[in-house]
Design a protein around this ligand. Structure first.
Ligand SMILES: Nc1ncnc2c1ncn2[C@@H]1O[C@H](COP(=O)(O)OP(=O)(O)OP(=O)(O)O)[C@@H](O)[C@H]1O
Ligand SMILES: [Mg+2]
Length: 265
């Protein structure tokens, strides 16, 4: 199956799906929690962000989502400045964030319904995306009847049914057991290949970042260290599609990233 993202109005010529230029964030009148954040993400790219707790990873995602304003700099999506939430950005949370009173199909249908799409089109989108995550058979069940992994698949289907420009994932597999987590990682890789959505993915697991990402952004600093959170380094991951976590290339890169994450100063 091939599903492509709708292309929102292109008012500006740009090659980036997502761009941060010198972005900084202060909460209230406090010091800058993060500052000087520069990153360009190409369409279809998966960029992972890793870094110690409090360095501003979730803040980055929430600013793109429009849940938080940025205090300085510019964030653009397909060339258009971001200022408030919109259906062109989908958020996948660690705790799934499904509506418990809605069935699986109704959860996935939510975005298309809010967009006012006709019923037949909505049905198609729901079926396509439940198939995509392998959950067609549980369409009438409710979230509490599903395992954690299945709930997270519904959350991913719900986001993708909205055809977002970018999918924002904040430690999406952090609450899952190790086996389910591995399965979800492999499924996400396949889903991405099929859909081509741009993804920004926050994780505490360096192995997960190396398994999934085209690039890994390492953030450091944060209020507890007395300096605003910022990017320390960005690694390209050139390991191909089928990555073997036991290969020398994989473990070498993991070690390099780990050294950067834990480096002082
Ligand atoms: N709503 C808020 N009000 C005030 N300060 C906040 C708020 N949200 C986050 N912060 C502060 O901003 C800094 C960055 O927080 P953020 O949640 O982005 O970090 P993180 O890298 O996602 O951490 P973790 O790995 O623990 O999830 C922290 O010092 C945090 O205390
Ligand atoms: Mg966080």
């Amino acid at each position: 199956m091939s599903i492509t993202a709708d292309s929102p109005s292109m008012t500006t010529q740009t090659t980036e799906a997502l761009s941060f230029t010198n972005v900084g964030k202060r909460y209230g009148e406090g010091p800058f929690a993060m500052q000087g954040f520069d990153l360009q993400v190409s369409p279809g790219e998966l960029v992972a962000i890793v870094g110690a707790s409090g360095c501003g990873k979730s803040t980055v995602l929430r600013m793109i989502a429009g849940f938080e304003s940025h205090s300085e700099g510019e964030i653009t999506l397909d060339g258009n400045p971001v200022s408030s939430p919109g259906p062109d950005r989908g958020f996948v949370f660690q705790d799934y964030g499904l509506f418990p009173w809605l069935s699986v199909a109704e959860n996935v249908e939510l975005g298309p319904k809010q967009k006012g799409l006709p019923r037949a089109h909505r049905r198609d989108l729901v079926e396509q995306h439940l198939d995509l995550v392998g959950l067609g058979r549980v369409r009438d069940k409710y979230p509490h009847q599903l395992s954690g992994g299945m709930q997270q698949r519904v959350a991913i289907a719900r986001v993708l049914a909205n055809r977002p420009t970018v999918m924002l994932m904040d430690e999406p597999f952090g609450a899952l057991d190790a086996l389910t987590r591995e399965q979800m990682q492999s499924d996400l890789s396949q889903i991405r290949r099929s859909v081509g959505t741009t993804v920004l993915f926050v994780t505490h697991s360096i192995e997960e970042a190396v398994r999934l990402a085209d690039r890994v952004v390492i953030m450091t600093g944060g209020l507890s260290q007395g300096i605003p959170g910022h990017i320390r380094r960005i690694f390209d991951v050139t390991l191909g599609l089928d990555r073997d976590p036991t290969s020398v290339e994989f473990t070498d890169l993991e070690r390099l990233i780990s050294q950067e994450v834990h480096a002082q100063g």
